[in-house]
Each structure stands twice: as structure tokens, then as C-alpha cells.
Design a binder for this molecule. Sequence first.
Ligand code: KMH
Ligand code: ZN
Length: 276
Amino acid sequence: MTWDELPVVVTVAPVGAEVTRADNPALPHRPAEIAADVAACAEHGASVCHLHVREEDGSPSSRRELFEEAIALIRERTPIVTMVSTGGAVWMSIEERITGLEARPDLAGVETGSMNFGEEPFVTVPADARRVVERATELGIGLEAEMFDVGHVVSAVRMLERGELPPPLRANLVFGVPGGIDATPEALAAMLRPLPAGTHWSITAVGRHQRRMLALAILHGAGGVRVGFEDGVYLRRGVLASSNAELVADVCELVRTLGRRAATIDEARELLACST
Ligand code: KMH
Ligand code: ZN
């Protein structure tokens, strides 16, 4: 299959940990709201959901029951690939960050390095990353490396080579987080350089260059793109998205405009080597 024939896995990140209803009133909080939102996103072309959970008051949570409830309700409505964050929120301990694994998602993120996340330290030492991998592997959960700078990519590849991260490497390259790599064509080339040939890689970008970076990556052969309120609440400059599903529909349109197509959920499971 040539790169232009490769379907694009569209991931929705509907909740995140930093965004609030003051940023976008349509932000889902409760597990049932998250599930309804994810189901609508699946109808509009999303094949993976990257999940965080919130308490009733909207504060970021690490409660396992909330992950379990959200995933159970999602699975009642759609076969979309479920992924939990183990990045959590900057103030969470690694113990708090890994509770979502117990909800037995299809996939989990794993951070492979530390950084400043805006004004805050966001620390994942190698032992933390190994801990995430170990528990995910015990539970049969696949991993996606969440990488915000070049050193994170180099570390993920080292972990893979040492057998500390099981193959296949699924790479999510994140651009534009203050403290991480910037959102530029040169940064995309730098983040791709350490990856072994054939790695399934997706792109996440935040900030004003989000759409341009996604377009660049789609044309550069990206295996996936991510959108959702975690990454941005605007459809266009000054225009708030009415829902996560609207952002998904919009990026699917971008994918089509650039001559590619969004993956179905079955295709995403195959491309990401997830069990069905
Ligand atoms: N909330 C950020 C500190 C991830 O989910 O892997 C970390 C984050 C990344 O959201
Ligand atoms: Zn996240």
C-alpha cells in the first residue's frame, strides 16, 4: 500500500485535563456525557478515543470507577478503539496516572520523557514509563508513546530496542505545547527522524498552527491525526466548535480534501494491531 492509500486513523481526545467549560461549554464531564460525545465522534469518522475523566465539578480525576464507567458506556454504543491517558494532569502522581489501565481499554498512552508543560513540570522518569508498560502488558493493553519533543522519540526507540516497550511502536507526535517542540515543518522532520521505518505515527498539534500541522502531516504520510477539546476548542480562529464531533467531521473533510480517507474502526484496529 502506498502512503496515499493508507487510511488515516482519526483519534478524538474529547476531555483532556486542562481545558474547562469556560473555554468551551460543550466539554463533557460525566462518563455518560463522554460516551455520548465519543459515539457521535465515531459516527463522524473517529476510530480511536483518547480518554481522561473528570469529577462532577469538572476537575480532572484519576478515579478508576470513572474510567470504567466511561469505557463501559462507550462500548455499549460503539466499537471505537478506546485509549486511556497515563499522562493525566501535571499534578498527578504516577500511581494516579495509571488507574485508567484497570478499566481495560484497548490502548493506553505512555509518556517517554519529561518536560515543562506550560508553567508546570510534567515528569515521567524512565521507571515511571516502565511501570506503565509493565501494568499495561500484564493486562493485555497495547501502548501508544506520547511524545512532545525529540528526546522523547529517541527514548521510546531505545525502550523498543531494549525490549522495555513491546512492539509495534505506535507513535503520537505532539507539537506546539509550550515547553515541547514547536509546530513547524522542521519540527515534524526532526520528530520523524528517529522512528524506525514502518512505524505507525499520528500527529497532535495545539495552538494556532494546529490545522496547518495536521495538513502537513496528512500530506507527509501520517497514519493518524488527533483532534478534540483536549487539543483545541476552536473550529477556526475565533469560532468555537459546537462539539467534539464537529471537530472530527472537520478533520475528516480535511483528510478527504488532501486526497486521503479516514480509516474505519475495523481498519484502525488492524493498523494499530489491536485485538477486536
Ligand atoms: N494533561 C497533560 C499534562 C496524555 O494524555 O498523554 C498530559 C496529557 C498527555 O494529556
Ligand atoms: Zn491526554
